[in-house]
Write a protein that binds this ligand. Structure first.
Ligand code: CA
Length: 222
């Protein structure tokens, strides 16, 4: 089952920056655009993690954090442009689990979400993805093809995992740079081609298709 993440953030652009990569990473994302809508969404269903902006209309993030804490120990990551020590301490005083200041690296954010979820729900059974002859274990970071382990680098693993969680979807080289490397990566698109080439060699079966002029994908399983 997909883990559910609630994003409470009033800026539409940031909502999108957050929800897209989280969706690609296999989470089910719900977004709320102010503190009141956020707390209502939280009351309506169970979430595995909350990403919470501090400067919010109607009810500010600190208060939302307190309200959620009155009834739940769900992991909360505060997101904010405020980066002074006092603001961060106030965030932890309200019992947030982590704190990320804007602008943030998407890749780092995904890692933190992953780490928090691993700590709070150690049930690893849902971390296995199967696709044809491939088995990928997210927690062990292990990939097997026909039962034989294929040693992959971190980047190769992340690329494969992204493709397998979104079969049928074409990722451009820019998508991959953004989602796998993080926006602050100073490399170029040739680096992407190089890693895809190595990944194909290691898997030794032509799972990864090139979509000419667009990018790469792994087709949906028939
Ligand atoms: Ca805001």
């Amino acid at each position: 089952m997909k883990k559910k993440i609630l994003i409470i953030e009033d800026e539409a652009a940031i909502q999108n920056i957050l929800s897209e990569p989280l969706t690609f990473a296999g989470y089910q994302v719900t977004a709320a655009s102010d503190g009141l809508k956020g707390i209502h969404a939280f009351w309506k269903q169970r979430f595995d993690l909350v990403l919470l902006d501090i400067m919010l209309p109607k009810i500010d993030g600190y208060t939302v954090c307190e309200m959620i804490r009155q009834e739940s120990r769900v992991p909360i990551i505060l997101l904010t442009a405020l980066d002074s020590e006092d603001d961060q301490i106030k965030g932890f005083d309200k019992l947030a689990d982590d704190y990320i200041t804007k602008p943030f690296s998407i890749k780092l954010l995904l890692k933190r979400v992953e780490a928090l979820l691993r700590r709070t729900s150690p049930d690893a059974a849902s971390d296995i993805i199967r696709y044809k002859e491939i088995t990928l274990s997210e927690t062990e970071r292990k990939v097997t093809v026909f039962g034989d382990e294929v040693p992959l680098t971190h980047l190769e693993f992340d690329i494969l995992s992204l493709f397998l969680k979104n079969t049928g979807r074409v990722f451009t080289r820019d998508d991959l740079l953004n989602l796998v490397w993080g926006y602050d990566f100073a490399g170029d698109q040739k680096g992407v081609n190089f890693h895809i080439m190595n990944l194909r060699k290691k898997l030794n079966i032509s799972y990864i298709e090139t979509v000419r002029g667009v990018g790469y994908r792994i087709a949906k399983e028939n």
